[in-house]
Design a protein around this ligand. Structure first.
Ligand SMILES: *Cc1c(COP(=O)(O)O)cnc(C)c1O
Length: 368
């Protein structure tokens, strides 16, 4: 006998923090020019597809993958200039690494701290684990770190982990290096530098790893051009990595990903060329947007551009662009310093032109 309805059973057994969450929402992009998710618009060149498939043909899908991904490990170390003293841990995307880090430190009193606005998964994953999340507002003008506020929050909350995205998402800027150093000095626990946009930034804390025993540097191949593979890695002191490795599920990096990523690293210049094209386009689109009246465009070191509408609602402009076939990201619903902000990913020349043309049309029409 069970008197409870299905809905009541779900409410009775699912943790309250999970009931209170909403799942990460991915926009439907069917038939649209997709400039919403910081993907690289280019794929592996046609001429190389057969070579890639030949590598995949060698994979034994009946066997578990190499649990330590050792061939890939050597290649990743080499192409990311990871200091010899650091160890690395792979994740199924850097999202999984964030989850592994937080599961490792998840005690009832643990606090996770990050600036706001920043990457939403820090908060989402902290919430999913029932951890307390403290957000410290960035400076409203220009989105730099508010160092005094960061330092006093660190002193008050003694966070287990501080996340700093470098460059930051969704704002695109790099925080000041000496301010990050000050956070590293003050933080009692870990500081994770999330370098998802490193390929576009020409700035990194990787070389600082030997100088801080609480620094972790996290990267991903997603923004580089391999978002479909789901591969991220974390570099840091072996004593920390050893603990995270106990939480990692044994075969988290599948064999198709391992072999494809090795192939990509063997042909790394392709991605460097694509990255260079994206950065050139970023500068061009930045200039074009900056020339439009009633827009404030924020400087960026990533593969996306954040801009603010001065006399229009971001909801309206987002919807009008989507109607015209261009999908970007509406950040305005977050409110606060992101009110009426939109974020556009840098695409191909044609995609970027279509976006700028449509935006120009939308802004010159009267709007409601
Ligand atoms: C996109 C993004 C990630 C997620 O990367 P995956 O490896 O695709 O999970 C992590 N951090 C930041 C700041 C991002 O923008």
């Amino acid at each position: 006998m069970n008197e409870l309805s299905l809905d009541e059973k779900v409410r009775a057994w699912v943790r309250p923090e999970v009931l209170g969450m909403s799942a990460y929402h991915v926009q439907d992009s069917d038939g649209l020019i997709k400039l919403d998710a910081m993907e690289n618009p280019y794929s592996i060149p046609d001429g190389l597809i057969d070579d890639w498939l030949a590598c995949l043909r060698e994979c034994s899908l009946n066997r578990y993958p190499d649990p330590s991904a050792s061939t890939l490990r050597t290649a990743v170390r080499r192409c990311n200039f990871i200091p010899d003293s650091a160890e690395i841990l792979f994740g199924n995307g850097s999202d999984e690494l964030i989850q592994i880090i937080l599961m490792t430190v998840a005690s009832p009193q643990a606090v996770i701290l990050a600036p706001s606005p920043s990457f939403v998964m820090y908060r989402q994953i902290a919430n999913s684990l029932g951890l307390r999340f403290v957000a410290v507002d960035l400076e409203p003008d220009g989105f730099g770190l508010d160092l005094q506020a960061m330092l006093s929050a660190i002193e008050r909350h003694r966070p287990a982990v501080v996340f700093l995205a470098y460059p930051n998402n969704p704002t695109g800027n790099l925080f000041d290096r000496t301010e990050i150093e000050a956070v590293l000095e003050a933080a009692p626990g870990l500081v994770v530098l999330d370098e998802a946009y490193a390929p576009f930034a020409n700035a990194s804390f990787m070389a600082q790893l030997p100088h801080h025993d609480n620094l972790l540097v996290m990267r991903t191949v997603s923004k580089l051009g391999l978002a479909g593979l789901r591969l991220g890695f974390l570099a840091g002191p072996p004593a920390w990595i050893e603990q995270f490795d106990k939480i990692r599920l044994p075969y988290n990096i599948n064999i198709l990903t391992q072999v494809s990523a090795e192939f990509a690293i063997d042909h790394y210049s392709i991605f460097e060329d694509q990255t260079r094209m994206i950065c050139t386009e970023r500068e061009r689109i930045f200039t074009e947007l900056s020339a439009l009246p009633t827009l404030r465009v924020f400087p960026t070191r990533a593969n996306f551009i954040l801009f603010k509408l001065e006399n229009r609602e971001s909801n309206d402009v987002f919807a009008a662009l989507k109607n015209a076939g261009v999908l970007i990201k509406n950040m305005g619903s977050a409110g606060g310093s992101l009110a009426n902000c939109l974020r556009v990913t840098v695409g191909t020349v044609e995609e970027n032109n279509a976006f700028v043309d449509e935006l120009r049309k939308v802004l010159s029409s009267q709007g409601q």
